[in-house]
Design a protein around this ligand. Structure first.
Ligand SMILES: Nc1ncnc2c1ncn2[C@@H]1O[C@H](COP(=O)(O)OP(=O)(O)OP(=O)(O)O)[C@@H](O)[C@H]1O
Ligand SMILES: [Mg+2]
Length: 345
């Protein structure tokens, strides 16, 4: 019975043919440690009960058994089981909280660590880059054109160069993420920033023949915020939208005032994100791009920036149809017209 169904409490005789109650108890305790056993001992055999308790029985009752005694014992055993499961639940809860705290701390220390690492890596990168450039110059000289395996050397140097650029991209992103919020708060002209950013990405947009539109629901007051950080947000989001878009796809940017702040919505009709990956996209280093194509830090960095600017970011996506990202940024101060640049610490 124990093998086929889950049994919480077993009531067993001690004297039995074949396997006796104590052996049965031992077997139960090794195979089903959570099962409680109440032994029923013969009138003159209290010592059986004692050895039963030593082997882990919940308790024993001597025959003849009064029914209310037995029922009471069963209740007590049941309470013990309930207390134990509660304790286990509590322990499991504590463990999840602990893990969450560890994850949060890891993220916090990632900031400090990454700034240090990024900085340390930038120097050797610069040296490798310079040396690579130098080798390229040498190889481009006329007397070098006929050396053996020249094209292999050229290819290898190009690979080095591409990898340097990728490593630089990562250090740049990491530095962005860990930058202390000693940001500059100024009157920000959102439409201006949007069109600047689109301008910056024009080459990629034209290459894929993407149609991009910017719409504004009503006239927008400049908002007090950090222009450099907002530019970073727009750049990362628009880049993602461009990468996700198919050739001749379309991207629309909607700007609308909201609660003295602004909401910026970037919508693409690209490949979309499968539902099971939706909560992963903001994780550091999560990327679906081919190796060397993305760092997986874009959205992670943005999330950090939006939080620092006390805004919110929402993402909705349908796999195969497209993605909308909506960022709300509040006004950090109300412009009075006289002074329009503030430093925050
Ligand atoms: N607009 C989008 N449409 C579809 N998928 C997206 C979109 N934006 C982000 N993603 C998915 O989320 C992943 C993480 O995005 P994130 O910007 O953090 O990194 P990345 O774009 O892969 O790398 P990087 O930003 O360094 O180029 C992407 O690899 C992609 O799978
Ligand atoms: Mg990206």
């Amino acid at each position: 019975m124990l093998e086929t169904q889950s049994i919480e409490i077993v009531i067993s005789d001690v004297k039995m043919p074949g396997m006796d109650g104590i052996d049965l108890l031992k077997t139960i305790k090794t195979r089903y440690p959570d099962c409680e056993v109440i032994l029923l001992t013969g009138h003159a055999n209290a010592s059986d009960g004692v050895s039963g308790i030593k082997e882990g029985a919940f308790d024993y009752l001597s025959k003849p058994i009064a029914l209310d005694h037995l029922i009471n014992k069963i209740r007590q055993a049941q309470e013990k089981i309930i207390r134990k499961t509660e304790k286990e639940k509590e322990a499991a809860f504590k463990e999840t909280i602990k893990q969450k705290m560890v994850a949060t701390e890891r993220l916090a220390s990632l900031g400090t660590l990454s700034a240090g690492v990024a900085h340390e890596i930038n120097n050797p990168l610069a040296i490798i880059n310079e040396a690579c450039g130098w080798m390229k110059t040498i190889l481009s000289k006329e007397n070098m054109q006929n050396i053996p395996r020249k094209s292999d050397l050229d290819k290898a140097l190009n690979k080095i160069e591409t990898s340097i650029n990728r490593a630089r991209q990562i250090t740049h992103q990491l530095l962005q993420f860990s930058r202390k919020p000693e940001s500059l708060i100024a009157d920000v002209n959102i439409e201006g920033l949007v069109s600047d950013t689109i301008q910056l990405l024009q080459k990629e947009i034209s290459l894929k023949e993407i149609h991009i539109s910017v719409e504004q629901t009503s006239p927008l007051q400049p908002i007090g915020s950090d222009p450099a950080q907002i530019r970073q947000i727009l750049l990362n989001l628009l880049t993602n939208a461009i990468h996700a878009s198919h050739v001749q796809g379309s991207i629309s940017v909607l700007i609308s005032p909201e609660n003295k702040g602004v909401r910026i919505e970037i919508k693409d009709t690209g490949e979309g994100i499968p539902e099971e990956n939706l909560d992963k996209v903001f994780e550091p280093f999560y990327t679906t791009k081919a190796p060397g194509q993305g760092t997986g830090l874009g959205l992670f960095v943005i999330k950090g920036i939006v939080e620092r600017l006390k805004g919110t970011i929402l993402l909705a996506s349908q796999f195969g149809k497209g993605t909308v990202i909506s960022v709300y940024l509040p006004c950090q101060f109300e412009s009075k017209g006289e002074k329009n640049v503030y430093h925050t610490h």
